[in-house]
Ligand binder design. Structure first.
Ligand code: PSU
Ligand code: MN
Length: 306
């Protein structure tokens, strides 16, 4: 086993018995949602995955180890800590060797999941190409990770704080397939339709599992984006979210927010500007993704058995 990995008892047991495991990220807990809704949601998402017959593995960096599966106290620690580092690919060696507390982004969670032999990962939204990236060069490391690390990422698309057209172009260039569930459109996190098409529509867990299994059987390394739109009843009105997104982006520019602080700033401003309603949408879509991800993990486990 890898020297940096530390498995929870629940995940260790699942590995021994061959039960499908679903990875979950921790940046969404420490930097994506406020306390206490963050911890509450993390627990409920884990519970949904268990109810489907899979085992959740929330991933974080604690005391020099990559924790695959967290205890209740560890979830609470990540939810409450004011100084958990937001950890992407470049930060992993630092957070491990300095023994700091680290919340993993989509990119870092994919790396840790692959090290732990976990093929399915559930999150809210992936990072992408930011609006204005032609001058800021702000492109999330999540996209490069999807290009090279073999994990299927179930999400609700990406937020329109990003340039979704450029995000899809980038993924195409790096050979990352974008699959939508139940519709043709690529979803935009708070809303179901970004105005862009996904590459493929695959509605059932079996079809999705066949697809990702075939990709990896072909020796095509890298991830697959499984984009699952927010349920209709939980979606935000498009005009409202567009207006608020523009305002948050203007404020970020005025305040000179750059680097890894950009995404957390925008997420928290959007929450404030919607009076907390965006948080309810966020929670609902992550739970919906948990169900889809668990079903995919079960279907994939059947294909992988000899
Ligand atoms: N988008 C969201 N919610 C999130 C994130 C992105 O809608 O919580 C988090 C994820 O952890 C993602 C990270 O991997 O932000 C991307 O940060 P950056 O844009 O700095 O790469
Ligand atoms: Mn960035």
């Amino acid at each position: 086993m890898h020297v940096y990995l530390n498995f929870s008892d629940e995940v260790s047991a699942a590995r021994l018995s061959g039960k499908p495991i679903v990875a979950l990220e921790s940046t969404i807990i420490s930097h994506g949602m406020p306390y206490p809704q963050n911890v509450q949601t993390a627990r409920e998402v884990e519970q949904i995955i268990r109810q489907q017959g899979a085992v959740p593995a929330t991933i974080a960096i604690i005391a020099g180890k990559i924790h695959i599966g967290l205890s209740d106290a560890e979830l609470e620690l990540l939810g409450q800590s004011k100084d958990a580092m937001k950890v992407s690919r470049r930060d992993l060696p630092y957070v491990l060797t300095s023994k700091k507390l680290g919340a993993t982004t989509v990119a870092a969670t994919m790396i840790c999941a692959e090290l732990a032999d976990i093929s399915v990962f559930v999150t809210g939204g992936i990072g992408g190409v930011h609006r204005g990236a032609e001058t800021s060069f702000d492109i999330s490391a999540d996209l490069q990770e999807l290009a090279q690390t073999s994990v299927a990422v179930v999400c609700a698309g990406a937020k329109s704080i990003l340039d979704l057209g450029l995000t899809l172009e980038y993924l195409e260039t790096y050979g990352v397939p974008v699959v939508s569930v139940g519709q043709k459109a690529f979803p935009a996190f708070f809303t179901r339709d970004s105005g862009y098409l996904a590459d493929f529509q695959l509605d059932t867990a079996e079809e999705q599992a066949n697809f990702v299994h075939a990709k990896w059987q072909l020796g095509l390394r890298g991830g697959v984006v499984i984009a699952n739109p927010v349920p209709e009843s939980d979606a935000m009105p498009t005009e409202e979210i567009d207006l608020i997104t523009s305002q948050a982006l203007e404020e970020a520019a005025l305040q000179g927010i750059t680097g890894k602080a950009v995404t957390p700033f925008l997420l928290s401003r959007i929450k404030e500007l919607t009076g907390g309603r965006s948080l309810a949408t966020n929670i609902a879509l992550v739970k919906h993704n948990a169900k889809v991800g668990a079903m995919l993990a079960l279907a994939l486990a059947l294909l992988k058995k000899p």
